[in-house]
Every structure is written in C-alpha cells, then in structure tokens.
Design a protein around this ligand. Structure first.
Ligand code: PEP
Length: 250
C-alpha cells in the first residue's frame, strides 16, 4: 500500500497555546492510518508545545520551517539543525519559496541546509517551484531541475533516499490558484526523472509532494494524479477541522 504524506506548514501562525489546542483537537479526531504520514511544521517557538502534545502519537511527526547551515555559533536569531533536533524536531523545510523569494535564500544556501539537516538527523523536505514569469516563459522544468541539482547533487544516494521533495509553484502558494492535477503531474514526472538522474534507481523512492492552495475540495484530485505522493499545505492546515478532513479523506 503506498504511503501518502500530509505536511502542515503553519508559517508564522499558531502561538504555543493555540498550537496545543490545535493538536488536541486534531488528535481527538484523527485515528492512526497505516497508509499515511502526517507532518507538522509549527513556528519554532511553538514546536515544543506540538512535540509535547504529540508525545503519545508516534504516527504524527514534527519539524521546523528553517535551519541555519552551521551547527552552532554567533548567528543571532537563527536555529541550527542540532538545536532543532534536540528540541524534538525530526524534519525541516528547506528552500520554501517564501525563504527563497522574501529572504533571498539561494540555491547554494539550500544545498548547505540540506547537508546540515542530514548531519543533524533531520529529514529535509526540499521545496522547488517556478514563479509565474518563469512558467509563462516555458522555464518550469529547467527551474526545478536546477533547484534539485543544486541542493541534492552533492549528497550520497543512500542518504538522499530519506529526503522528501515538494513541488510548490510559487504562483499557487497562498493565492487560491492551484495547479491542475495534470500540470502538477507533468512537473512531478520531470522531478522523478531528475531524482533518478541524481541518485540512480534510489531516486525512485523519494516522495514528491504537491503544494500550493491545497484544500479539502481539491486534495483528492491532486493525490490521484500520477507521481503525487502527498501534499504540503499552508493556509488550509491552520484549521483543525479542515486539516482533519484533508488528512482523513480516503
Ligand atoms: C506552503 O506554505 O507551503 C503552501 C503551500 O501554502 P498554501 O497551502 O497556503 O498555498
């Protein structure tokens, strides 16, 4: 049975008390399923609350939204992979479009963060995706290939198999516009080919998620598309009832 991944990116929302209440409401409703993994990416200040709230649920996993590539030192305001791991994180988002486009994160930095994540025992979810201008210029596949290669080509294939990739077209994030299942699949197939080129046959095992205005109405059609192994959800993951409907749907 294929395992689907449902990842909630709370971005800069949900203070510790709200995160605790959310997790309680979610765990009251959601019964463990063998065919899916559920990942939470709360803001760093609320991660401990989520880790505590999920301590009896090994089927529900927690991560941070960003790390610095250095393990420790004088980097005011930053969180490192080892610090996040010690606080209970087992996952990290790398190269989210908001990091790339609002904070100027480069391909080179995503590569350093991927290495740092593996060093710290965190599973990185590498986000890739094109802007609207790049899509309209026919550059979508070239952009995601470049982002994948830059971030992953330096990692040994057996290590890479524990990574997750998320295709998130920038024009679909937080905009209410979603890629059609066919559009998503076309890019996921290209990502799969690139992962095989980077990691050989082991590249076939890396899950590829779709992200960009996923909600309870469109999630099933996106999950039914070829090479879509899960979803990364922002806005619609902030409401426990909707998130439960997204994760618990058939
Ligand atoms: C995201 O933050 O990764 C995302 C996909 O956001 P949204 O679902 O709100 O588009």
């Amino acid at each position: 049975m294929p395992t689907l991944i449902f990842a909630a990116n709370w971005k800069m929302n949900q203070a510790p008390a709200a995160a605790t209440a959310f997790v309680r409401a979610f765990t009251d409703q959601y019964v463990r399923r063998q065919d899916r993994r559920v990942l939470f990416f709360p803001p760093a200040v609320s991660m401990y609350a989520v880790v505590q709230g999920l301590r009896d649920r090994s089927d529900l996993e927690v991560g941070v939204q960003n790390i610095h590539w250095e393990d420790q030192g004088a980097f005011t305001g930053e969180t490192s992979g080892p610090l996040a791991h010690a606080a209970g994180a087992r996952h990290v988002l790398v190269g989210h479009s908001e990091r790339r486009h609002l904070f100027g994160e480069t391909d080179e930095e995503t590569a350093k963060k991927i290495s740092s994540a593996f060093r710290a025992g965190l599973t990185p979810t590498l986000c890739v995706g094109e802007t609207l201008t790049q899509r309209e210029a026919g550059e979508t596949i070239a952009v995601v290939q470049r982002q994948l290669r830059a971030a992953l080509a330096g990692v040994a294939a057996p290590i890479l198999t524990s990574a997750i990739v998320a295709y998130e077209p920038v024009w679909a994030i937080g905009t209410g516009r979603t890629a059609t299942p066919a559009d998503a699949s076309e890019v996921h197939l290209a990502i799969r080919a690139e992962l095989r080129a980077i990691a050989g046959e082991l590249g076939a095992a890396i899950p590829i998620l779709y992200g960009g205005s996923v909600n309870r109405s469109n999630v099933q059609s996106l999950l039914a598309a070829p090479e879509v192994q899960g979803v990364l959800v922002g806005g619609a993951s902030l409401d426990a009832e909707q998130w439960c409907a997204i994760v618990g749907g058939s």
